[in-house]
Ligand binder design. Sequence first.
Ligand code: SF4
Length: 336
Amino acid sequence: MNIPRYYLSLIDENNPNDPIKKLAFPSDEELVIAGSMGETTKDPYGDDKHNKGNGILHKYPYSALIVATDYCSMYCRHCFRKAIVGLPNDKTVENFQKALEYIKEHKEITNVIISGGDPFLIDTQKLKRMLEGLKTIDHVNFVRIGTRTPVVYPMRFFDEELMEYLKEFNKVKPLFIPTHFNHVNEITETATQAVLKIREAGIAVNNQAVFLKGVNDSVKDIEDLMSGLTKIGVNPYYLYQCMPVSRVRNHFQIPLKEGIDIVDEAKEKLDGYAKRFKFIMGHDKGKIEIVGRQNDNLFLKHIHSRPEFPKDASKMMVMKLSDGAGWLEDMEEINL
Ligand code: SF4
């Protein structure tokens, strides 16, 4: 475990159910590997299968994800990469050189995601060297840096040298920052300032929250989070169904039947920009949007499919919903 002092200060010690505490502190519930919510795995997103052995995960033809580091400023209790993050395995730059070679050879790659761990834990000089390598690859249209640093350690963005460099990079290749706010209590004055610094560099910030029991599982939680994000200039992008991760699923996953109702009710109250987010499953088969339900029929739509499942691209599915279903495999597909 690792919790930055700043994030620790957001916890209300008088609240036994404090959402920030649940995101940061281990609980004895993590001793439950699977439990009542069903099967679990250490690799719910198929990362191991798509690992090209050079720090690259190449899941979709057009996108390459570089695992730039295994370190994070905080180790989130719900992390789906829990099995790998935080391990002493700092091959950062060596891996990055190999990753660049791979991207140069694969002209179908139009965009690169630098992820981890958290890339903003890499020191500024090293990060600059990495990004310089991407600048010169013609077929890369844009770059994303996935990070939770604006949320858990926002002071990182007060580094003027870093921000100046990102601003210059963004003029050559558009840069996007997907981040990960889960609760309105994370939207502090300091986080707002960090987001402002990023926006001043001309970089768009998109949020990918995770839907978590005991953290953001009410209509008000989702409403406050999404409208709070638009207030600081962050685009609500995805709300992920919590994956069936070992030591995570049992206490954090919200059943889909309950979850879709919470999301729909929150969307009824939100303005157009705040409700742009898609409620999705980040599945081994690709990304699947949870569109809505009619009684016990759940409507799903594939929005990205892995190349191994070409027939699934843009496919609509109707699934039989039971009270406890929390993942695709818990339901049967039906024909209407
Ligand atoms: S910052 Fe991201 S990768 Fe790191 S522990 Fe949290 S969720 Fe996992």
